[in-house]
Design a protein around this ligand. Structure first.
Ligand code: BDR
Ligand code: CA
Length: 300
């Protein structure tokens, strides 16, 4: 996984760990919701809580390829996790992108990459060694973008807006890509009943999720949705259960690189141009909420 942990990244990490167990091979952190050091630390702590200290967490890029870094502290809180207190992980540091690259080389088979953050790390790897990237990464599921509107600017979704050049590079890398954008995620908010079901699960992972999803900054940005949208966990569900939680269509994708008001807008749909990707167009809230609650029940 590639993350900028972030409340919904934390939920995605827990969901993937629960379903895949040791199949969660490695994680890289990147600057996005919070600066990279904070994203790294948050990721390590969330994995520690879920009993996954053996999963290496690599330190990725501290800034987008071209744009200035920008955070989303008003959504996720100063610490990125809505102020929850988590124990530090005793695991040794895993290193940076050099070590990530070496770990990818050592994998016995190509990996699927779930990216719930700006695509800077993936773009750096793709540029650095395109053949390694194409050989070792069999597909990418990315939470980002949208078909038609944004949540960071009127035109652009946050992960796309933070590093539009990276989206351009990764979408053109030749690796099959699924874009799970706002069209799918915003239609799939967890409502009060879902939150109660998660709150009733007696594991510390479920308690963490219930507490984070109650964070007032997150509630504020979700006030128009009738619940809390857990964007990154819906991308995780798309990877874990293809075709069961999210419906996709195959469309071309271009990203606006103009550095104007639409910078970072993802242009997709039947009349778009660019490399073809799978675009998530809808998600099933009931299936998503049930699967998340049972996944949290299976973790510590
Ligand atoms: C995306 O932006 C971030 O704030 C979330 O973690 C998610 O990855 C939603 O637009
Ligand atoms: Ca994220």
């Amino acid at each position: 996984m590639d993350v900028d942990t972030g409340i919904d990244d934390a939920v995605a990490l827990l969901l993937v760990r629960s379903v895949l167990g040791e199949g969660l091979r490695m994680v890289s952190a990147v600057s996005g919701n919070v600066p990279v050091e904070r994203a790294l630390e948050n990721t390590r702590r969330v994995l520690h809580l879920s009993g996954a200290d053996e999963v290496p967490v690599f330190r990725g890029a501290s800034a987008p390829l071209v744009a200035e870094p920008m955070a989303a502290l008003w959504v996720h809180g100063e610490d990125g996790l809505g102020g929850v207190e988590l124990e530090p992980s005793p695991a040794p540091p895993a290193g940076g992108l050099d070590e990530l690259r070496a770990a990818l080389e050592r994998e016995p088979a190509p990996v699927a990459l779930l990216a719930t953050a700006p695509l800077t790390n993936a773009a750096l790897l793709a540029r650095w060694d395109p053949r390694l990237f194409a050989r070792r990464v069999e597909r990418i599921v990315w939470m980002g973008g949208s078909w038609g509107r944004g949540n960071d600017t009127p035109a652009a979704e946050f992960n796309a807006r933070v590093d539009p050049e990276a989206v351009h590079i990764v979408a053109g890398s030749g690796v099959p890509m699924t874009m799970v954008g706002l069209n799918a995620t915003e239609g799939c908010p967890l409502d009060d009943g879902d939150m109660e079901r998660i709150g009733a699960v007696a594991t510390r992972s479920a308690r963490l999720v219930a507490t984070m999803l109650g964070y007032e900054g997150l509630r504020r940005v979700n006030r128009d949705f009738g619940g809390v949208v857990v964007h990154d966990a819906i991308a995780a569900a798309t990877l874990l259960w293809p075709g069961e939680v999210t419906a996709t269509r195959r469309y071309p994708l271009t990203v606006d690189l103009s550095h104007g008001p639409s910078y970072g807008a993802t242009l997709t749909g039947p009349v778009a141009t660019g490399p073809e990707v799978e675009v998530a167009v809808a998600a099933d809230r009931v299936r998503f909420a049930q699967r998340l609650a049972s996944a949290l029940a299976r973790l510590p």
